[in-house]
Design a binder for this molecule. Structure first.
Ligand code: PGA
Length: 256
């Protein structure tokens, strides 16, 4: 595991975006795993800017989003389809047919999970999976509990997750109760996992996930097993790892 700590959000967003830009320049037909939520917004803005400057093309790339709410119309502003269009897809040259997001409105959700899983398998390995981290240790909507799932499945959102995501909706009741999410198997098959965590409110959970026991009660703890996990933190999120030296990004091999 490599942990990088950044002095500010701007540098963190740029470093995460540049990781993706470098991959696409080396491998234009790369398969990317993408996340939603507050964390990646700034990263997507940097990617869009890099595209506008002609530094990167997504024309041959394929993307798979981690998850989608169940029951929100696709054009609802908080559906992850809308989010991705707004923050990334409409700003870049990614062909629409290769931008995969689970369909949270499928009449038969079990079949939709199977379809998504099959697409993932046909695509081979995800080259880079971008992940955020929930306050309760979830990744995608793989929520803490007594068991975890390897394959794409319908997840019941943890009350804490609905509470955290209520800020994007008019009222907490509007937050969907379920989502279709990639399972841990799909996430773990990625060649590289890029975990991005920001904010002092996530300092405890990211520390627990990366240094604590492996447990289904903190799904992100399993990331410790991944052979190529890159973690990018701002200073707030890195607080429990000790203070970074002043200056730019602090590449750290292993834990400080
Ligand atoms: P956030 O969500 O980026 O909105 O904090 C992260 C997550 O829940 O995975």
């Amino acid at each position: 595991m490599k942990i990088h700590v950044f002095a500010n959000e701007e540098e963190l967003h740029e470093a995460a975006a540049q990781t993706i830009v470098r991959l696409l320049r080396r491998k234009p037909d790369a398969v990317l795993g993408l996340a939603t939520g507050g964390t990646p917004v700034g990263i997507y803005a940097k990617l869009a800017a890099a595209f506008r400057r002609g530094e990167v093309s997504f024309a041959r790339a394929t993307t798979f989003n981690l998850d989608e709410y169940v029951g929100l119309p696709p054009d609802h502003p908080e559906s992850y389809r809308s989010y991705m269009e707004r923050h990334l897809f409409r700003h870049i040259d990614l062909p629409q047919e290769r931008a995969h997001i689970p369909d949270g409105n499928a009449a038969d959700l079990e079949r939709e999970c199977e379809r998504y899983e099959r697409l993932l398998q046909e695509a081979g390995r995800i080259d880079l999976m971008l992940l955020g981290l929930g306050h309760n240790g979830h990744i995608g909507f793989n929520e803490p509990g007594r068991q975890l799932h390897s394959r794409t499945h319908v997840a019941v959102l943890h009350p804490k997750t609905r509470e955290a995501n209520a800020r994007f909706f008019r009222s907490p009741e509007e937050v969907p109760a379920r989502a279709v999410t990639m399972g841990l198997g799909g996430i773990f098959k990625a060649v590289t996992i890029l975990l991005v965590v920001k904010g002092a409110d996530k300092a405890d959970i990211v520390h627990r996930a990366l240094t604590g026991p492996l447990t289904t009660e903190c799904p992100a703890s399993l990331l410790q097993l991944h052979p190529d996990l890159v973690v990018m933190l701002d200073e707030g999120a890195a607080a429990r790892f000790g203070r970074p030296a002043p200056g730019e990004a602090q590449p750290v091999n292993g834990l400080r």
